[in-house]
Ligand binder design. Structure first.
Ligand code: GDP
Length: 471
């Protein structure tokens, strides 16, 4: 590092050790050291190290670039309760369903596709699972774009912030659907101001977040929203290899008395066909029948297509990656190995603690300490955040506060921590029972404090590798 900084200085760049430099500057340094710098083709591959890039993205990144083709964007809708997620999803489905027969859709399978200007968009249709909070973080993990619903009469609320944190953790861009603009008490300017305050500066205010006014109830602005989705999609690399290895994600799964295990899968890469042998988590089987979201029989499903399949031997977890295998024997071996591993894991019950996280950071596996902070009042949140940010300065380890909010520690906080390998820090708050249970099963570390300097002291100790084990 000293040599690098010296070369930077001799080139007039006064950089510190944590500073990011642009590619051209890095290339100059590299060439002075006798290397040739090349830009990363797949940013994802590099980012993979922080463990936040969903597996399916990493797998697509491994496909040969020349085999990649555009696929429809996968969109998930997040937002505060009652801001209109369900109504918006219904409005989009009813007005734009691919094939134009919305009336014919009698059952929701957790995802659907709409058509806009002859292009398909896949929506994950899961807000009905609002109680099932894990879906929210999975939604962001499984999507290319997050549509954040914010009611214009209510503005930015706690779950709005949480949704933003989920999208950021998954590195998925956000489009804001500013809903309920039909209401007399709607206040678009105030809502935009609040959005700007949480880092979503509207594009008409010279920011880079598209904010689309809609009324889900009156079905107004839906086309504008779809247009915005396609515009954002065009700036992203939304591709897959339809001929490549077949994989995707389990959207939902259940046992049906008559049909056996019924699972909704979203194909991310390759083309899924009836007769294929699928492994999803600890379930496997040959696809006996496959249906699209309208309940029509399908033989093949390419990238970004949601399908309902029959034929698995067990119910896989939602959010699980699925892969197609050559033959049943191979599939069974994979599943048996997984079951054995799970038993071993359960026996040794590992926990991601602050110490372990720090060990990872120290050994170079990870370069940042990710935190989710909950405090009793805004007044204590601010000094905590600023002193933690102060701690993160100048060291080799970054402190990344993914989410900071007032209130008790909830399941959502733990979910977010699990999804992003973070720890949850509480100040003058409690963790509710559900959160504690989830933390236990997901191995997420929760640390509670009632004195600010103890909290910052612990984090500082952790950063220096001196932390006493948790009690
Ligand atoms: P969710 O909890 O985010 O899924 O919200 P819902 O879709 O269930 O909507 C909550 C309430 O807001 C319902 O009573 C909806 O009818 C109402 N609502 C949703 N969108 C709009 C809208 O655009 N305008 C008005 N006035 N009400 C809406």
């Amino acid at each position: 590092p000293i040599q690098v900084i010296k070369i930077l200085m001799s080139n007039g760049v006064m950089a510190n050790i944590n500073q990011q430099i642009d590619f051209d500057t890095a290339a100059v340094v590299a060439s002075e050291l006798g290397y040739e710098a090349q830009p990363e083709v797949y940013e994802e591959v590099e980012e993979k190290e922080v463990g936040e890039i969903p597996l399916w993205r990493q797998l697509i990144a491994k496909e040969k670039p020349e085999a990649l083709q555009d696929r429809p964007p996968v969109v998930t809708i997040l937002g505060h309760v009652d801001h209109g997620k369900t109504t918006l999803l219904d409005a989009i489905r009813d007005t734009n369903v691919a094939g134009g027969e919305a009336g014919g859709i009698t059952q929701h399978i957790g995802a659907y596709q709409v058509e806009h200007k002859n292009r398909l968009i896949t929506f994950l249709d899961t807000p009905g699972h609002a109680a099932f909070t894990a879906m929210r973080s999975r939604g962001a993990q499984g999507a290319d774009i997050v549509v954040l619903v914010v009611a214009a009469n209510d503005g930015v609320m706690p779950q709005t912030r949480e949704a933003i944190a989920h999208a950021r953790a998954a590195r998925v861009p956000i489009i804001v659907a500013m809903n309920k603009i039909d209401r007399p008490d709607a206040n678009p300017d105030f809502t935009k101001k609040q959005l700007a305050e949480v880092g979503l500066v509207p594009d008409d205010w010279d920011g880079d977040t598209m904010v689309v006014p809609v009324s889900a109830k009156l079905r107004k602005g839906i086309d504008d929203l779809l247009e915005a989705i396609l515009l954002v999609a065009d700036t992203l690399d939304i591709k897959a290899n339809p001929e490549g290895r077949v994989f995707g994600t389990v959207i939902e799964a259940k046992v049906d008395r008559a049909k056996g295990v019924v699972a909704t899968l979203l194909v991310y890469n390759g083309t899924l066909e009836t007769g294929d042998i699928v492994v999803a988590g600890k379930a496997y089987g040959r696809i006996r029948a496959m249906f699209d979201f309208r309940g029509r029989k399908l033989r093949k499903a390419g990238p970004s297509t949601p399908v309902q399949i029959m034929g698995l031997n067990d119910v896989p977890d939602a959010g699980e990656l699925f892969l197609v295998y050559e033959n049943e024997r191979e599939a069974r071996t994979v599943v048996e190995e997984r079951l054995q591993q799970q038993q071993k894991r359960l026996a040794s019950a590992p926990k991601i603690s602050l110490e372990e996280l720090f060990n990872k950071v120290q050994s170079g596996e990870d370069h940042e300490l990710r935190l989710i902070i909950k405090a009793d009042v805004q007044g204590s949140l601010e000094p905590i955040i600023s002193s933690l940010n102060e701690l993160g300065k100048g060291g080799e380890i970054r402190i990344n506060i993914l989410h900071a909010e007032t209130g008790n520690i909830s399941e959502n906080d733990v979910m977010l921590a699990a999804a992003s390998n973070a720890i949850v820090v509480g100040f003058n708050v409690q963790a509710d029972a559900a959160a504690r249970r989830l933390a236990e099963s997901e191995g997420v570390s929760i640390r509670l404090y009632d004195i600010i300097y103890r909290l910052t002291e612990d984090i500082e100790k952790a950063m220096k590798g001196l932390l006493e084990p948790e009690v």
